[in-house]
Design a protein around this ligand. Structure first.
Ligand SMILES: *Cc1c(COP(=O)(O)O)cnc(C)c1O
Ligand code: SF4
Length: 351
């Protein structure tokens, strides 16, 4: 059930058409993101000879915002940021143990758009669109077309939350929920936060890393209204930073603004071969996050999803890295190293 996410720009992207004022908004960034492998290689002064084994024909197409490309090292075919977005022919290999739904999302689907896997929290697939296409994505084969597309269509699904008072936390995920415009995003978040048994809300997003301008003043005001307004419900935001080189000025500023507006910031990273699978890389990442006011929450062992096997590391490698992190860093700066086993009551802590 592979869904072609090639339409690219957010469905409700922007007021700006071709004839509009050239205002640089996040919608413009999304629309102008790099979608061509040759263009990406050209910007980075890399040739196909330096990068054998590329294949840009995947139904999960290349997508990377220019803000992120700018942070890649020109002339480095092994750049850890580039490795996260580079489509490789290895993605077409059938590898034993790697399937279309490695984490059991299918069986946990309730009404359209709602995954209820863990007792106290439900996850909403707010959209299938993202700011970037991460080649290792565990939902790269997710049937996003089954999720509600409009607020009205969410009505029916939100009834599931009303009928399940054991759910005290609702997570907006996807895709990336920040692909939605503020009105739609906070329309959904506000509805969820107004349920009396929901005491916290959470957002999983990679936008602050990829397109920091997404966190505009309207977003921050609406966030603050949920965190400190009449609902007064804490908003936990889980970022997705994989490498210390992603933590640059614009992201640090966005983290400050988000915290000032009441968000509590966590990070989840994935242990990825060729990206961050060394002690030094993880140490620099965790220190950088802590210095930016972000708690390294999870380090994920790769979910075994078809097309991602070339990123997989030995679990023992992750264990030894995290053991060393624990010996060097503050307790809160050491992530829990976890694996997702379909059917378990929570993520499984390896160390
Ligand atoms: C990971 C996940 C959660 C959140 O789990 P936490 O351990 O609370 O971070 C919730 N629902 C689904 C379906 C998940 O995959
Ligand atoms: S941002 Fe998240 S959901 Fe989107 S492609 Fe990357 S890992 Fe997958």
């Amino acid at each position: 059930m592979e869904f072609d996410r090639s339409p690219g720009p957010a469905a409700d992207a922007g007021p700006a058409g071709p004839s509009a004022q050239p205002v640089a908004t996040w919608q413009t960034s999304l629309r102008q993101a790099v979608r061509s492998l040759d263009e990406l290689l050209g910007i980075l002064c890399l040739s196909r000879e330096e990068l054998p084994g590329l294949d840009a024909t995947s139904s999960f197409p290349l997508l990377v915002p220019r803000e992120y490309v700018q942070r890649m090292e020109v002339g480095n075919p092994r750049d850890p940021l580039l490795a996260q977005v580079l489509p490789r022919a290895e993605e077409n290999l059938q590898v034993d143990g790697f399937g279309l739904d490695a984490v059991g999302d299918g069986p946990s689907a309730r009404l359209p758009g709602i995954l209820h896997k863990y007792q106290s929290r439900a996850l909403l697939i707010a959209t299938g669109l993202c700011a970037v296409h991460c080649r290792y994505c565990f939902r790269r084969h997710y049937p996003y077309e089954d999720s509600p597309a409009s607020l009205a269509q969410w009505d029916e699904s939100l009834r599931y939350l009303e009928e399940n008072p054991q759910i005290d936390e609702v997570i907006l995920s996807g895709g990336d929920p920040l692909s939605l415009g503020n009105a739609k995003l906070f329309g959904l978040l506000g509805r969820v936060a107004s349920l009396s048994h929901v005491s916290r809300v959470r957002i999983h997003t990679r936008f602050p890393v990829m397109i920091p301008s997404r966190i505009d003043s309207d977003f921050l005001e609406r966030l603050e209204a949920i965190a400190f307004g009449t609902e007064g419900k804490p908003v936990w935001i889980v970022l997705h930073v994989n490498h210390a080189r992603e933590i640059v000025g614009p992201l640090v500023e966005v983290c400050q603004r988000l915290r000032r507006s009441g968000a509590i910031l966590l990070n989840q990273a994935v242990l990825l071969r060729g990206v961050n699978a060394t002690f030094e890389s993880q140490r620099d990442l965790c220190k950088g996050l802590a210095d930016a006011g972000v708690v390294p929450y999870y380090l994920h062992q790769l979910d075994r999803v078809a097309g991602t096997a070339h990123f997989e590391c030995d679990e023992q490698l992750g264990e030894s890295i995290v053991a060393r992190l624990r010996a060097e860093l503050s307790g809160y700066a050491t992530p829990r190293f976890v694996r997702e086993i379909a059917g378990e009551a929570s993520k499984t802590v390896i160390l």
